[in-house]
Design a protein around this ligand. Sequence first.
Ligand SMILES: [Zn+2]
Length: 262
Amino acid sequence: MANAARLASLLIPALCLVACPPQPSGVPTPSVSAPVDASVPNDAHPSPESSAPIDGGSRIDSAAEHAARDATTEAGPIDPHYFDSSTIPHGVGCVSLLDGYGIAHRMYLGRPALQTGIVVNGPIGGIRYYANGNIPLITDCRLAVALARVTPMLKDFGVTEMRFSGSYVYRRSKAGFLSSHAYGLAIDVHGFTVDGERLELRKHFRRGMKNGCAADAPVLNRIACEFRKLGLFREFITPDFNRAHHDHFHISIARLKDGSAD
Ligand SMILES: [Zn+2]
């Protein structure tokens, strides 16, 4: 379990990168030229970043999170806030949830637009996230918590691994807006290991299906169907959307209105 005081001392200055005066020392200043992983292809996103309406008052604490998660695992979602990404706080509150899920990580702070940056050092809810070239999963804590919340659904399909190409990548969309990747709130997933078999989106997702939820649809289509049903994600883009997404799911959650980092 992380030490709360230490985390607070790390996080509070980071959260002040925009809203607070410059710190005298100790906090890295975000550079203009942000780190970009050149191995991650740019993808065209369908819309500029704009926050969906968010109920800033509906936060659930760690105990409620655990209760909701247990109930969700056993009897389906009973707390409507569980799949509302605005119930996932940023900062110390998020790290507390992350610790509650037992997700190994280290903090990754002081990066442009990345509010509660982490490097994930282990599985999320028992599911291993890996990438070609062994690049680590660098993301915002809130997205990691969101992924933890969908774990029961993924396990129902027999998913044990997910292959991604990138989460946090500081870049702008063609229209000049910061992509959800720039906030670490999106991940591109290219493959799933299901019951020991490695399935790739480009091969095993059937494009143009009228009903991807059907029992006889390919498993990746059915997984996409379930992702959408949860309502947790602001964007869930499949190979059906356009050529830029022919080989991956683009999955993102909404930013918090009170947690803007730009
Ligand atoms: Zn993407």
